[in-house]
Design a protein around this ligand. Structure first.
Ligand code: FAD
Length: 464
């Protein structure tokens, strides 16, 4: 549409629909988008202002998502959900942060990241299937507890963790430095090293853990933005029944490649594109209203504003189209986002070849959100500092995209190494020796240094 989006009783103040790539959406998704915008207007956006100030968890918004059946939206219909595909998920994430609340968007994303691991191995696991049926009816918000303090944004690399086989189940220990919905999530998926771990960090496993089995530290989340996500640290030291291992021992890396990354990267892209759009919408509303007595013009009339705004729109649209194109391709290769494919064939891996594309989508959207909100903030002048006008909240929230794992620096490093030297050079778990660096450093040693090195290595080999 070119005109006509409503914001409550008023015409919407932001970019009109001629800037929306609605051609990616089917009629059901367009209807859902309209419903979600209304819920954002009535509940989620007003809550965003309140919870940003109080730092409280946005339960009203989470309940509103459950009422729209969004907590289980990607769960297959036969398993109790509405079978939404990747394009639909991207639309939901983008709409949530654009019209509603960035923190609620991250809460939704981390729920979906954990859920992806469960959906990947739900086949044959009644515990998981039982939970899937309760997601919306019982507001079973979940999360993903991956990030380890020692490896940070390399969230696939758990160090402070262990699992031991005990009678009737698993003794799981883990410390996670961040977990969104800390102290509020009803369940999390946590990733640890595997029971037979022998130093190979690619040998990782996933567990479904309920709230009473987790020690949470929500009070440590005292932050500048994404305040209502309550992404504090957690500790797990629990004996879990056998069926709480998600998949088989050592299934974690496959789960990351095929399930968790795909969902997380689609949502990273969607959420932060939505944050950039929220900044553009607000700035359009503000700059067209703010007039200067000396020139008789609004801020929106200045050619410099056209340039700034035009570039921001182009950058955001580039990131959006990239993400929707990726989501559409993921739909093509997964029978329209059908998670039952893994029940039929546990070795199926149609999403895995697209990891690279997902990482790029994350980096682009996080960068767009950061740069666009920064430039839109400038267009406000001093008024931008006012909490009432909301751009300062969007600016603060936007910063999280860049620093969330994999951080944009780490993401670029992965893509650069992959592009220059091939996939193996990515070396996700730090296992490949860089012979050139090694030889270069040894070459710097004098004879004494070389002898000391030989002695040290001989001693290490002797100790082994
Ligand atoms: C709002 C929010 C919600 C979150 N929610 C969750 C959650 O629910 N679950 C979860 O598991 N995690 C979560 N996280 C953690 C997040 O995903 C990242 O893992 C975390 O933000 C980055 O870890 P760190 O702070 O230890 O940074 P570090 O990884 O220590 O990074 C510090 C700096 O070093 C740089 N750096 C690191 N390694 C390299 C390298 N090899 N080359 C170049 N530069 C490098 C980084 O880019 C960064 O600039 C959340 C974080 C935030 C901010």
């Amino acid at each position: 549409m070119a005109e006509g989006r409503q914001w409550g009783e008023e015409p919407f103040y932001g970019l009109d629909e001629s800037f929306d790539p609605q051609w990616f959406l089917n009629d059901r998704q367009k209807a859902l988008q309209k419903q979600l915008i209304e819920v954002c207007h009535d509940v989620i956006r007003p809550q965003a202002r309140i919870v940003d100030q109080t730092g409280e968890y946005p339960w009203e918004s989470v309940k509103a998502l459950a009422e729209l059946n969004l907590l289980g939206c990607v769960v297959p219909e036969e398993w109790g959900g509405s079978g939404e595909n990747h394009v639909g998920l991207a639309m939901i994430g983008e709409t949530m942060t654009r019209y509603g609340c960035s923190s609620t968007g991250v809460i939704f994303m981390m729920h979906m990241a954990g859920l992806a691991a469960l959906l990947f191995r739900a086949g044959g696991n009644d515990e998981i299937k039982g939970l899937l049926r309760r997601l919306d009816s019982d507001v079973m918000i979940g999360s993903a507890s991956f990030t380890d303090a020692e490896t940070g944004g390399h969230f696939w690399y758990p160090k402070i963790s262990s699992v031991e086989k005990v009678s009737g189940g698993w003794h799981v220990k883990k410390k996670a430095s961040f977990t969104t919905s800390c102290g509020e999530a009803r369940w999390v998926v946590a990733q640890t090293t595997s029971p037979d771990f022998d130093g190979d960090y690619s040998n990782i496993s996933d567990f479904l853990i309920y709230d009473h089995e987790i020690t949470s530290h929500p009070g440590q989340w005292d932050v500048m933005g994404m305040r209502a996500t309550v992404s504090g640290p957690v500790e797990i030291d629990a004996v879990l029944p056998d069926d709480r291992m998600v998949g088989k021992p050592g299934d974690g890396a496959r789960s990351n490649d095929e399930a968790v990354n795909a969902m997380a990267m689609v949502l990273y892209g969607a959420l932060y594109n939505g944050v950039a759009l929220a900044a553009l919408d607000l700035a359009r509303g503000f700059t067209t209203r703010r007039c200067h007595g000396n020139t008789g013009q609004s801020v929106a009339d200045y050619p410099t504003t056209h340039d700034t705004f035009g570039k921001a729109v182009i950058d955001t649209q580039g990131s959006r189209l990239y993400l929707y194109a990726l989501a559409q391709q993921l739909d093509r290769v997964t029978d329209n986002g059908d998670w039952k494919i893994y029940e039929r064939d546990p070795d199926a891996a149609p999403r895995s070849p697209y990891i690279l594309w997902g990482l790029k989508a994350k980096e682009m959207a996080a960068r767009a959100a950061s740069e666009v909100s920064d430039n839109m903030f400038h267009l406000y002048g001093g008024a931008g500092y006012s909490r009432k006008l909301e751009i300062e909240r969007i600016l603060r929230d936007s910063r999280a995209g860049w620093i969330m794992g994999p951080t944009n620096e780490v993401t670029r490093g992965i893509i650069g190494r992959w592009a220059l030297h091939g996939y193996l050079a990515v070396d996700w778990w730090n296992q490949r020796v860089n012979e050139n660096v090694l030889n270069g450093e040894i070459g710097k040693l004098d004879s004494d240094g070389k002898r000391a090195l030989i002695d040290r290595l001989n001693k290490e080999l002797g100790d082994e």
